[in-house]
Write a new protein. Structure first.
Length: 222
């Protein structure tokens, strides 16, 4: 999505380990008459102008997920880019934009107040902080799969011994109950990698999977 970056994605880093992921929530302004992805599909296919989708900025996870949703459900999406989640969320709550996606934590007070309606988790697993919300997989749309994931990387060429020590220290930290509780309350589902190479394989798979979406939707940041 970026024409130039100051590193080589494929081999510029040495993986240390996977930390976990915050499943992305797909939500709408309550005046949008949909409560599921199939209802969103049927509603959006008949819109002219197209469905508006707020993102925290071009090149973000939400930007790519919005494109994934449009491609999967077969409708056009009008991406509205903001400088951060807060202004995007403000406009969706106000009804100026119809749809938004983000990790769950910033949505919680608005969902509780009824000023935002969540229609799906974009993935295969439900979120611990929104256990009642069904997933895109449960709703029959397994192509919609997106989370804001976290991990540790070191510069390319870092020797194996310090990588192994960092990996062990990271996993030990994630076993601490207070650390896990803090991550979970912020919407992160903790999941560690057995060895650093597992995280490296995950990175390769993610790059290939999202590359298909970026090329099909011709996503650019400018």
């Amino acid at each position: 999505m970026y024409a130039r970056v100051p590193y080589v994605v494929a081999n510029g880093f040495t993986p240390i380990g996977y930390l976990g992921a915050a499943p992305n929530v797909i939500a709408v302004n309550p005046r949008v008459p949909v409560r599921s992805l199939s209802e969103l599909r049927d509603f959006a296919r008949g819109l002219n102008p197209p469905l508006t989708f707020g993102t925290p900025g071009a090149g973000t996870t939400a930007h790519a997920l919005g494109a994934m949703i449009g491609l999967t459900l077969g409708f056009e999406v009008d991406m509205i880019h903001y400088r951060g989640t807060a202004p995007a969320l403000t406009d969706v709550v106000a009804g100026r934009v119809q749809t938004i996606s983000n990790a769950a934590a910033p949505f919680l007070p608005f969902l509780a107040a009824g000023s935002l309606r969540a229609i799906a988790i974009a993935g295969r697993q439900r979120a611990s902080i929104l256990p009642e919300l069904s997933t895109s997989f449960e709703q029959g749309f397994t192509e919609i799969d997106s989370a804001t994931w976290y991990g540790l990387l070191a510069p390319a060429g870092t020797p194996a011994e310090p990588i192994a020590r960092l990996h062990a220290a990271m996993n030990a930290t994630l076993e601490d109950s207070a650390v896990r509780a803090r991550l979970i309350e912020n919407g992160v589902e903790v999941e560690t990698s057995s060895i650093p190479g597992d995280f490296g394989r995950f990175l390769t798979t993610e790059r290939e999977r999202w590359g298909v979406i970026v090329r099909r939707a011709n996503l650019r940041t400018d």
